[in-house]
Unconditional design. Structure first.
Length: 385
């Protein structure tokens, strides 16, 4: 069946996301799938039983639009404990259908036609389409291989009366880099006398390695006053398919967020929220995740020591970039496909996260996998010469 009239696409350049494309290719070729970021091991059985028990108790109807209050209270306790930040559970926290929805809704609530939004590049792929759908204009700041450091003076020079928002992401997907306290202070300083709103994507807040502490925007009160901060339960509790996350912002920003949220998803899965509220009471349920993933990162790295791939530093997230320039000079999109079809390991090419044509000879591999999966993938990668 085909719609007969002409369609003027609102996103003429958008195709299907690279995650969907590579996961499908991995399935078709029975490749080890280290492309799309999701764990191949189970979420806690205790958490799963909790969801089930709340379903059996009959908590199966709509949750409040903002999320259930007990979960919002647990979140505020955590924000205070970890980041010494005080948020009001009634008016400053909203439970969302994952991080992507939170980001989309925050952008939609804030960005007007003609507004400029500063986005780093490479960046996670959901930011700019949301800006464009609002009639906004993404303004890119390129982060250069291999360190991907932010030059804040370069960012400041882009500010003008149309600059409405800046989107940051720490730990960063796809590069695995993190912003330091100096970075966040600098952002606080350069935005001080502006109307710029910050969206801080912190979905990997618990996945930092080598003793680094997560520098949440929430730790910087002057910056937090202008910021939406986005978090994810799926990344923390190994259940990305539950699509549950949350967003935090000062009351006046959150009021605008909720105006859109209520007409978008309205509210999020009820039994899952009750289960998460119980599960979050125990700090150990989220505090051990950094060590857990650091072991996986190190296991994957040591299994690759005889390969021709070169490891880039991964300070956070569950992604490892591998430079393949000693193997081939082909385009990363071509090499990622060849690696999946001919060798049987799927990854994500980094160039798709840049806006302009950038030559990038690095692929992203997800190590949120069992040792068996990582071993199998590494064994294959060591054979690629
Ligand atoms: N966040 C996941 C990743 O980076 C992908 C989620 C998705 O497929 N949209 O791989």
């Amino acid at each position: 069946m085909k719609y007969k009239n002409s369609i003027q696409s609102k996103l003429p350049l958008a195709g299907t996301t690279i995650f969907t494309v590579m996961s499908k290719l991995a399935t078709e070729h029975k490749a080890v799938n280290l492309s799309q970021g999701f764990p191949d091991f189970e979420s806690s059985p205790e958490l799963i039983s909790l969801v089930n028990s709340y379903m059996k108790k009959g908590l199966n109807q709509y949750a409040p639009m903002q999320g259930i209050i007990s979960l919002r209270e647990r979140i505020c306790e955590k924000m205070e404990k970890l980041y010494s930040a005080k948020y009001n559970p009634e008016s400053e926290v909203t439970i969302t259908a994952g991080g992507t929805q939170a980001i989309f809704t925050a952008i939609t609530a804030m960005v007007h036609e003609g507004d400029e939004v500063i986005i780093f590049s490479p960046a996670y792929d959901c930011y700019s389409p949301a800006v464009e759908l609002c009639g906004g204009r993404p303004v890119y700041v390129q982060l250069d291989y291999p360190k991907y450091l932010v030059n804040w003076e370069r960012v400041r020079k882009l500010f003008n009366h149309r600059t409405r928002m800046i989107i940051i992401n720490t730990p960063q997907n796809p590069t695995g880099t993190i912003l330091t306290a100096q970075d966040i202070s600098k952002l606080e300083q350069i935005t001080r006398d502006t109307n710029i709103v910050v969206v801080s994507d912190e979905v990997y807040e618990h996945v930092l390695f080598d003793g680094y502490e997560h520098q949440s925007v929430a730790r910087f009160p002057k910056l937090a006053e202008r910021s939406f901060i986005v978090f994810s339960f799926g990344k923390t509790f190994h259940n990305t398919g539950w699509k549950t996350g949350y967003i935090i912002a000062p009351e006046n920003l959150m009021a605008e967020f909720r105006k859109v949220h209520q007409f978008n998803v309205f509210s999020v899965n009820t039994p899952i929220q009750h289960a998460l509220a119980d599960f979050m009471k125990e700090e150990k349920n989220y505090s051990g995740i950094a060590g857990f993933y650091q072991k996986k990162r190190d296991f994957f790295a040591s299994s690759l020591k005889n390969s021709k791939f070169q490891l880039l530093p991964s300070a956070g997230t569950y992604f490892q970039l591998l430079d393949y320039s000693k193997i081939t000079q082909e385009k990363d999109t071509d090499f990622a496909i060849r690696l999946t079809k001919d060798f049987g390991v799927a990854s994500i090419p980094i160039s798709v996260f840049y806006q302009k044509n950038v030559e990038s000879h690095a692929l992203r591999f997800c190590f949120a996998k069992t040792e068996e999966t990582l071993e199998k993938a590494a064994e294959i990668l060591c054979r690629v010469k």
